[in-house]
Design a protein around this ligand. Structure first.
Ligand code: FNR
Length: 388
């Protein structure tokens, strides 16, 4: 049985998670929409950026600390909002939030989390970021925003790229549901995932904690399925964002921007920061990788708001590449989910430790001692992803 210290990279965690997490929840994480080309490109394009090694520079005193949304962060990384995280490992959102807190970086809680806003707040000290999906039921949205305020959330992330849903083949084939339906296939799979089953039997957190009992008519998982199918609001527009900003009154982050024009519109609608994101390649397959569009978006709005990025970041070197091309910081999704599914909280802590170490040493190889000094000059080929 491996210990966290024996894990040396995200791929180690992915392999272990694949063995330990029930198939439908592992596949839910490790998939993109349709052909998965955008999912793959996020990671492949990051790899194309090569570092300029510099030598004989005094790199004795280094720091990878920065600020994100005006708050100190131990490194330019935050945990991305991800749905059903409590199905990777029992109480997953609470454990990941605690690991993030311990590592000195922000945690983001999804609207469709298993642990509720109140539950995560009760088990952490550091204010987390809350991610909002805009539903048709505006009374529910207003209530969610009030709950996020009451929990002292430090920022509201509004995700704009899921008003219609891209198809992930595996979720359909696996009959993704929470908790898993007791079909023969699922029971056979669960029989090989006893650690996971034991964890789930030890917690009461199995449903969507922010929704069940809060949204009108949603009392259980079955009514929730009906509710969510009808609820994502395709009429969502920039006007709604202004309304949300008013209700919220705090720092507003817009997630799902892939285009410089949309970045400008987000800023005009009141965004304090944006997240360049294609939802980890889970929505519009065929859209460009996030790292390839990052420079144009930084150029468009980078002097007015913080530009964060996510998609395909699995290592400290990937963080460095995104920062080199102008990101204030990155969010990681699958990298921490694999670590959580593999080992729970110690897995996430180890994952963040590995990323921090690799970021620090790689920055040093490039002859830099602070994140603020990192720019495109640390790359041999900063323009390789531009122009088609
Ligand atoms: C997501 N993502 C996501 N985004 C969001 O705003 N709300 C959500 O509930 C979810 N849920 C979700 C579940 C899973 C399993 C994944 C993998 C992703 C997208 C997420 O916030 C982020 O944009 C991507 O995960 C970034 O890409 P990487 O780091 O996973 O490659």
């Amino acid at each position: 049985m491996p210990s966290p210290a024996q894990m040396t990279c995200t791929e180690d965690f992915r392999r272990l998670a694949q063995r330990r997490v029930p198939r439908m929840f592992y596949d839910y994480v490790d998939s993109g929409s349709w052909t998965e080309s955008t999912y793959r490109d996020n990671a492949l394009d990051l790899q194309k950026l090569k570092f300029r090694q510099r030598v004989a520079v005094d790199i004795a005193h280094r720091t990878i600390g920065t600020t994100l949304l005006g708050e100190p962060a131990a490194m330019p990384v935050a945990l991305a909002p991800t749905g059903m995280t409590g199905m990777q490992w029992a109480d997953g959102e609470i454990l990941a939030a605690q690991a993030a807190e311990q590592s000195g970086i922000p945690f983001s809680l999804s609207t469709v989390s298993i642990c509720s806003i109140e539950d995560v707040a009760a088990h952490t000290q550091r204010p987390f970021w809350f991610q909002l999906y805009v539903m048709r039921d505006r009374a529910f949205i207003r209530d969610l925003i009030e709950r996020a305020k009451a929990a002292a959330c430090a920022a509201l992330i509004v995700t704009l790229d899921l008003q219609v849903v891209g198809q992930r083949h595996k979720d359909i084939k696996n009959g993704l549901s929470t908790p898993p339906r007791p079909t023969l296939k699922n029971l056979i799979d669960l029989a090989t995932k006893l650690r996971w089953c034991k964890g789930m039997m030890g917690t009461r957190r199995h449903g969507f904690g922010n929704i069940i009992g809060h949204a009108k008519g949603v009392k259980d998982v079955h009514s929730l399925t009906r509710w969510s199918a009808e609820q994502f609001d395709p009429t969502l527009s920039w006007k709604d964002l202004e309304w949300i900003k008013q209700c919220w009154g705090g720092k507003l982050v817009v997630k799902g921007i892939l285009d410089a024009d949309d970045a400008r519109l987000a800023v005009a609608a009141g965004a304090d920061a944006i997240i360049v994101s294609n939802h980890g390649g889970r929505q519009l397959d065929g859209a460009p990788s996030t790292i390839s569009v990052l420079p144009s978006i930084v150029q468009a709005v980078g002097t007015q708001v913080e530009v964060l990025m996510d998609g395909g970041v699995t290592s400290g070197q990937d963080v460095l590449r995104a920062v080199a091309l102008g990101a204030r910081g990155v969010l990681i999704g699958r990298a921490f989910l694999y670590a959580l599914g593999a080992m729970g909280r110690p897995g996430v802590s180890r994952c963040l430790e590995l990323i921090a170490k690799e970021l620090d040493v790689s920055m040093a190889f490039c002859g830099k001692t602070t994140i603020a000094d990192v720019d495109r000059s640390i790359l041999v080929n900063p323009d390789i992803l531009q122009g088609g």
